[in-house]
Design a binder for this molecule. Structure first.
Ligand code: NAP
Length: 311
């Protein structure tokens, strides 16, 4: 067990990410008190049944009051409204962070509300599953995964160091970068794959000549791997698309050009070029396994990687 790092941690939002944080904070003893806030009574009641916190409220302000660390884990489109609500009660010297999948938009929405003396250090754990809500979380979610922090230039170095140590205690490795760079990198490694998955699953669902039952019956030939991503939370992904628009459109333009080139290789029977591309992409998969970001199992190791306690 690590040692206590904060007297009071406020978790605003208690879905997959917030509840995973609650579980790992509790397991590692990182906080004297965990205050949970979520907007709906139903989610709050479930969080309470799961004993995710020490105090509970449907008002973010109640949880944030007197907290030394406030972690906002709501869809990125709601982060400005949450920041406005909690700003008046934030304690001087407190660290305010988030876990949103886009960063420039979150900074633009939250920073104007942050009072002087509060350290605002946005963050994004690169860890998740296609499930949502307080039942979906698990303490090992962040184990061995990266967390990216995007502090403003001139941010308090000690506060950044404290938050870095916190994420390390949750099992993560930590990188620091600027929000615009984060958004461009995540557009290719996360946002585009989800958009492609949503698109291909939508296309298959629209097909007239393959019945739905055939699509499902024969899905093991490749299709099912896209359906995991395409089952991700619609609210979260609507917000990601709307809040990282420029970077996503830039990556989609490149993707479309490359797809046109691949289409030409197929049309003109350019087997050598196809073989060369597919060999290059296979090496990328090997690098991911070597970097410990997936395991070389036929099901992509997901049962092992994302739910070790259930394997
Ligand atoms: P989730 O499981 O759907 O939970 C969302 C939480 O936010 C719930 O507590 C929900 O409250 C609350 N919420 C939803 N809409 C809200 C609104 N308009 N105003 C205030 N609160 C609202 O979501 P999650 O997967 O934990 O994602 C949370 C954040 O983490 C998102 O910004 C996402 O981009 C980021 N993230 C997600 C993943 C992933 O794989 N899922 C990975 C990394 C980062 P109620 O249930 O009470 O309505």
């Amino acid at each position: 067990m690590a040692q206590r790092m904060f007297d009071k941690v406020a978790l605003i939002g208690i879905g997959l990410i917030g509840s995973s944080l609650a579980r790992v904070i509790r397991r590692e003893g990182l906080a004297g008190e965990i205050a949970v806030a979520t907007r709906s009574p139903a989610t709050l009641a479930r969080a309470q049944e799961l004993r995710l916190g020490d105090s509970y409220s449907t008002h973010a302000r109640d949880a944030a009051r007197d907290a030394d660390l406030v972690i906002v884990s709501v869809p990125v489109g709601a982060s400005g409204q949450v920041a406005a609500e909690i700003a008046p009660v934030l304690k001087p010297g407190a660290i305010l962070t988030d876990v949103g999948s886009t960063k420039a938009s979150v900074v633009a929405q939250m920073a104007p509300h942050v009072p002087d003396g509060v350290h605002f250090i946005p963050g994004h754990p690169i860890a998740g599953t296609e499930h949502s809500g307080p039942d979906a979380g698990f303490a090992d979610l962040f184990e061995g995964r990266w967390c990216i922090l995007t502090p403003e230039a001139g941010a308090d170095a000690q506060a950044v160091e404290r938050l870095t140590k916190f994420w390390q205690a949750c099992g993560s490795k930590v990188d620091v970068m600027d929000p615009a760079h984060h958004d461009m990198v995540l557009a290719i490694v996360s946002h585009l794959p989800h958009i492609i998955a949503y698109n291909i699953v939508g296309t298959a669902d629209d097909l007239e000549y393959a019945s739905k039952s055939e699509v499902i019956k024969y899905s093991a030939s490749g299709f099912r791997d896209f359906t995991r991503l395409a089952a991700s939370d619609p609210t979260m992904w609507r917000d990601v698309c709307l809040h990282n628009k420029d970077a996503i459109l830039e990556m989609l333009a490149r993707f479309s050009e490359d797809l046109a080139s691949l289409q030409r290789m197929i049309r003109w029977g350019q087997g050598d070029k196809l073989f060369e591309l597919f060999t290059r992409t296979r090496a990328v998969r090997r690098s991911i396994i070597e970097a410990g970001q997936d395991v070389d199992a036929p099901d992509f190791g997901r049962h092992v990687a994302s739910h070790p306690e259930r394997s």
